[in-house]
Design a protein around this ligand. Structure first.
Ligand code: URA
Length: 266
């Protein structure tokens, strides 16, 4: 093998080992040659290592949100909603994803779980929470007796490149579909998995460690729907920090207890 091919192969293997499994652009850019990366003088504010994402102007975002609202409103069932999401072109994440990932589970379940975004396994299989984090979530739900009582979706429906956190505009553009899913499924409670889900859906700025294990009310944008919502830790975080599982366990028991609490007589 010629030395250049060997060097390229070795570099690709190094990236794969480091978890780099997605390209952010079609063409490579030599940022050293273009002078985009400059040394930072000691004491100056550090420059970001990656270029800022192309700005999404608020008018672009507003237009996409309006289109998402119209598409979501025209869906009269979850099946129609899934088709409307798959046909929607207003979210930039669609360009780099293999397919739209909508939901799995029982649409009439009392709990709707809302995660952050599809990852690599979800992008391949077309279903949310099917990778390692999803398998842990399933085991925890089963242990809490909740396995058959959930409908699972995410704040965005396409895998962000490199599994980055979805941006606020990406979440805002997908929000009318999430809201329509909630309105059509009418769950008794929402379980908001991870900070990106909890902060966005509840409009809060605290970190997930401050939000988890507390009940909030999620309200639809027209305020017509109000549903109890419980933030909890993301299972991907639990894979990295197994000691935090006891917190998630306490959250799931709190959720099960609330669902099974007998209604108060009038
Ligand atoms: N993480 C999420 O938040 N959602 C998925 O569907 C998979 C991983």
């Amino acid at each position: 093998m010629d030395p250049t091919a060997r060097a390229v192969e070795s570099l690709l293997a190094f990236w794969a080992d480091s978890g780099v499994d997605a390209a952010l652009a079609d063409a490579a850019e030599n940022r050293l040659a273009t002078g985009a990366v400059q040394a930072t003088p000691i004491g100056a504010d550090p420059q970001p290592l990656t270029p800022a994402p192309a700005a999404v102007t608020s008018s672009d975002t507003d237009l996409a949100i309006a289109q998402a609202r119209a598409a979501a409103a025209s869906a009269d069932s979850l099946v129609e909603l899934e088709a409307a999401i798959a046909a929607f072109d207003g979210c930039a994440l669609k360009a780099s994803a293999r397919r739209a990932v909508f939901a799995r589970g029982d649409p009439s379940a009392p709990i709707m779980i809302i995660g952050e975004a599809p990852g690599g396994d979800e992008d391949i299989q077309g279903l949310p929470f099917v990778g390692r984090a999803g398998q842990l979530l399933d085991r925890m739900l089963a242990a809490a007796g909740l396995a058959d009582r959930v409908f699972i979706t995410n704040t965005v429906f396409w895998r962000p490149p490199g599994n980055r956190t979805p941006t606020a505009p990406e979440q805002a553009i997908c929000a009318p579909f999430v809201e329509r899913a909630i309105a059509l499924a009418r769950p008794k409670a929402l379980l908001l998995v991870g900070g990106a889900s909890a902060k966005f859906l509840l409009g809060r700025s605290e970190g997930i460690l401050g939000l988890r294990g507390r009940w909030f009310e999620w309200r639809s944008s027209d305020e017509a729907l109000e549903i109890p919502a419980l933030p909890t830790l993301h299972p991907a975080f639990l894979l990295r920090q197994p000691a935090a599982k006891k917190k998630s366990w306490a959250d799931l028991l709190m959720l099960a207890e609330r669902l099974d609490r007998p209604a108060r007589p009038n």
